[in-house]
Write a protein that binds this ligand. Structure first.
Ligand SMILES: NC(=O)c1ccc[n+]([C@@H]2O[C@H](COP(=O)([O-])OP(=O)(O)OC[C@H]3O[C@@H](n4cnc5c(N)ncnc54)[C@H](O)[C@@H]3O)[C@@H](O)[C@H]2O)c1
Length: 296
């Protein structure tokens, strides 16, 4: 009788691991679906010295990732971001995080190749890659200088392709890997009132790039998805809003069903979902995280 009760008690206990984690002083219990864990995964994020890329890195670190490469044009900022994350995350002594900042210009195929070879010599494999680096100009189509238009394409489209391709070359021998391309809500709808036709058009190309690569590489064990954020309150956008006299924030919020701009943290769940086993039957998806902006 006693024995049955003990078994029953054991079975009715929630399946929690005893381990807890601290991030920026807050304590987390690992009592969520194990498939969302990034533990043991080698992650690479481009354009991650600041902005959304840095938030993606935090999301991976908070989800257990201990091997993380922060690729950015700005080497010192990338190294500083790696150090900042290392001190923000608390691990046990035998589980210390290995986060590194690597210089990389995604518009140069050689530079991307070199950055990935540094990742491979450090960890011997790569599991999740986020092609996040990108730039934007707000210039009307009639006045857009051709050289700027080409530079935008070189970074936002060619750079994203170089990143995805180099990631795939290093993942295919292992027969698995997740690649996420950061597109934009502007790749699905025309964002107004600011003029950004080439940006929106090239972001539509990024979305379609993800879908095409997903099909090309599905049988090699790779998944490729895109993530399209709406208007996110990064430091950069905050500074633009602070000096804007045209009521841009009010206009964008009024055009968003949820009536607010996103916080970078709003993307954490989506990036971990796409890069973890939680989405293991998902490929070729464009996941929009935009408060409903693209639904209208
Ligand atoms: N912030 C938003 O509201 C928003 C919305 C939708 C999509 N996005 C997309 O998200 C991504 C990140 O945007 P963000 O707002 O964080 O931008 P950001 O300007 O804050 O950060 C971009 C980072 O990319 C780096 N970078 C620029 N050119 C590079 C290059 N050639 N090679 C390597 N690194 C380079 C920069 O140094 C910087 O650290 C971009 O692709 C952007 O288009 C942003």
């Amino acid at each position: 009788m006693n024995c049955t009760c003990n078994v029953f008690r054991r079975l009715s206990r929630p399946m929690l691991t005893a381990e807890t984690r601290k991030f920026n002083g807050r304590r987390f219990m690992n009592n969520t679906l194990q498939s969302f864990s990034m533990e043991g995964k080698v992650c690479v994020v481009t354009g991650a010295a600041g902005g959304l890329g840095k938030t993606f890195c935090r999301a991976f670190a908070e989800s257990g990732c201990n091997s993380l490469a922060i690729l950015d044009l700005k080497h010192e900022e990338a190294q500083a971001a790696a150090e900042e994350l290392k001190t923000a995350v608390e691990r046990t002594k035998k589980d210390m995080p290995d986060f590194v900042g690597i210089q990389c210009d995604i518009s140069s195929e050689d530079s991307v190749r070199d950055a990935f070879s540094q990742v491979m010599s450090r960890w011997g494999r790569v599991d999740a890659v986020v092609a996040n680096a990108g730039i934007i100009h707000n210039i009307s189509a009639l006045e857009y200088p051709a050289d700027k238009m080409k530079r935008l394409y070189d970074i936002n489209v060619h750079g994203t392709m170089f990143t995805a391709r180099e990631a795939a070359k290093n993942m295919i021998p292992a027969g698995k890997g997740n690649i996420v391309l950061i597109a934009s809500a502007g790749g699905s709808v025309v964002s107004t009132p600011q003029a950004q036709t080439p940006y929106n058009t090239w972001k539509a190309a990024v979305k379609h790039l993800a879908a095409n690569l997903a099909v090309e590489w599905a049988e090699k064990g790779l998944r490729v998805n895109s993530l399209s954020p709406g208007y996110m309150l990064t430091d950069l956008l905050k500074s633009i809003i602070a000096t804007d006299d045209n009521g841009l924030k009010d206009i964008w919020e009024s055009m968003t069903p949820m009536k607010r701009m996103g916080n970078p943290d709003d993307l954490k769940g989506a990036i971990v979902y796409l890069c973890s086993d939680a989405s293991k039957f998902v490929t070729g998806l464009d996941l929009r995280v935009d408060g409903g902006y693209t639904v209208l």
